[in-house]
Design a protein around this ligand. Structure first.
Ligand code: 3HC
Length: 295
């Protein structure tokens, strides 16, 4: 595989493009929004600068990495030479079905079509195409250049050889791949989201405050971020969507999203990206403060 197309240039899309480009692949980054593409290239350049400051990357490699990325606003042109497409668009099932229909129409017939979805069924996504055996989940973790795991999801119809190819490719990218089957939340979010939901309930029921809950998990369980900070980092709307997929898909009331989370999302307090969640965020700063209503 040489030519990789990444669909969507948001947080996950730009991280995935960064990773492939830094490993020498030709990357076509596609987004209907040209402003989002410009922002993505700036983010990638800033993250490469971090690596230069750390002494893990040279200026030349930065130039090469950025030179490996071409941007497109036209999906048909962006996928024309793809060996692999990794879709990282918004987590909306109708949008993904529509994108996969187009990918199937415009990508070369032998191309593998992967989705970075965090919870939408790969089997369902594959059903929008005439090549379900070549559709697979390739689930990265934020920040993509840093997090080691790639969760590979085999849909009901995915060919074993296709999962194996993605496994080998992930290893080539310096990641540790794990293959799982296609059930709601896969493994990562089936386990992560109920843990985060329990932290929301602990706060909601007044068991402890934001800082206490996060400190318990950071220092007691050696998690790099506490569950409430992590939820803000992932996006509270994303957490709510995934919990709803688990609740509906598994039919068990234990996955019901905490009413506090529902209220926060309805109020538009979505975490770091909106500047407010369980914490408040100062732009361009690492500083976080417990949000006023939880103090
Ligand atoms: N791009 C590239 N490098 C980055 C980066 C980015 N966006 N963000 C951080 N880094 C690098 C830094 O350069 C640094 O590198 P070093 O280890 O070589 O020094 C390293 O990551 C640590 O960064 P910082 O010192 O700035 O910050 P922290 O030490 O606070 O670490 C963190 C930041 C890596 C985000 C850490 O807090 C962490 O691991 N948090 C948990 C992240 C997590 O759980 N992610 C998964 C979320 S779930 C998900 O994505 C799935 C979805 O389906 C919901």
């Amino acid at each position: 595989m040489k030519n990789i197309t990444v669909i969507g240039s948001g947080t996950m899309g730009n991280g995935i493009a960064h990773l492939f480009a830094q490993n020498g692949f030709a990357v076509a980054l596609v987004d209907i929004n040209p402003t989002s593409l410009e922002k993505a290239l700036k983010t990638i350049a800033n993250n490469l600068d971090r690596q230069i400051t750390k002494g893990t990357l040279t200026e030349d490699s930065k130039t090469q990495t950025l030179g490996n990325i071409t941007t497109f606003t036209d999906l048909q042109k962006g996928v024309a030479n793809a060996d692999l497409v990794v879709e990282a668009a918004t987590e909306n099932i109708d949008l993904k079905l529509q994108i996969f229909k187009q990918l199937d129409e415009f990508a070369p017939k032998n191309a593998i079509l992967a989705s970075n979805t965090s919870s939408i069924s790969i089997t369902k996504i594959a059903s929008a195409t005439a090549r379900p055996t070549q559709v697979v989940g390739m689930h990265f973790f934020n920040p993509v250049p840093v997090m080691k795991l790639v969760e590979i999801i085999s849909g009901y119809a995915t060919d074993k050889a296709v999962s194996q190819k993605i496994f080998e490719l992930s290893t080539q990218l310096g990641k540790v791949p794990v293959v799982v089957n296609d059930y709601p939340g896969f493994v990562s979010n089936r386990i992560l989201m109920p843990m985060l939901n329990e932290a929301f309930y602990a706060l909601f029921e007044g068991v402890a405050g934001v800082e206490e809950i996060d400190t318990v998990m950071k220092l007691g369980m050696a998690h790099p971020m506490g569950p409430l900070q992590l939820a803000d980092f992932v996006g509270l709307d994303v957490c709510l969507n995934i919990l709803r997929v688990l609740h509906e898909g598994l039919g068990n009331p234990k996955y019901a999203p905490c009413p506090l989370l529902v209220n926060m999302v309805e109020a538009g307090h979505l975490g770091a990206k909106t500047g407010k969640g369980f914490y408040e965020y100062v732009p361009n700063s690492k500083a976080t403060l417990v949000a006023e209503r939880f103090r």
